[in-house]
Design a protein around this ligand. Sequence first.
Ligand SMILES: C[S@@+](CC[C@H](N)C(=O)[O-])C[C@H]1O[C@@H](n2cnc3c(N)ncnc32)[C@H](O)[C@@H]1O
Length: 238
Amino acid sequence: MPGTRLVAFQGAAPLGHGTVSATGEKQLCCSFQEGSNMRPVFKEGIKERLATLSFVRVELGCGPNREFEDSVTLDCVDLAGIDIVADLDDGIPLGDSSVDEVRSSHFLEHVADLATFMGETYRVLKSGGRAVHVVPHFGNPYFYSDYTHRAFFGLYTFHYFSQTSRPFKREVPSYYNELDFTIDSIRLVFKSPFPWRNKLRKYLEAVVNYRPWMQEFYEENLGYIIPPYEIRVELLKP
Ligand SMILES: C[S@@+](CC[C@H](N)C(=O)[O-])C[C@H]1O[C@@H](n2cnc3c(N)ncnc32)[C@H](O)[C@@H]1O
């Protein structure tokens, strides 16, 4: 169906596959549209704002759930509050070394090619810039259920995008990409929609994240009993 998109919101937003857009059109997820050839649309005044910001923070694939008032928001769906409407599978429509901080939450699992997209975040970040991503852990109950998910995440996923900074003992193979993020922190996040289970999981979270070896031990040996919900990673571009 040309010109239609499906939005898949998870997390803070209600699960709403097949949401109707601000313009009233039925929406299908951008990631279903191969080679969408969607031209990025910068909302009025956003280029001028970008030029004057002393600290450029971008929120990628934030949908209606932006975290920061002062950030520049990008999504393929033209919702209220989105500053740049673009299919990010075609690249991030910003210049090299132009961004201080990249943020995403429950977005990276939707990109068509994770390695290419990580390269894009590396390209737009300034030296010393930070990328903060929240992604579903592979044990998350939605993880394999959500048919719009294309990339998969465990404790070691971000090691593949670093040559020199590897907090964990287990090695990962090199796939010859040249990205060299410094891994500043990785946290296994535990959550439950049920209040008591959520409380208990928060205690577990504090224990599991106490040391990198405990995170590794947990994921390997106990992660299938009480699985983590998300991974929160902070990466730095040297
Ligand atoms: C699961 S929702 C997450 C929304 C929000 N970050 C949150 O945590 O509630 C995924 C978001 O990514 C956007 N998205 C998916 N594929 C995209 C693409 N190729 N380019 C731009 N945005 C995309 C969707 O429109 C949607 O807003």
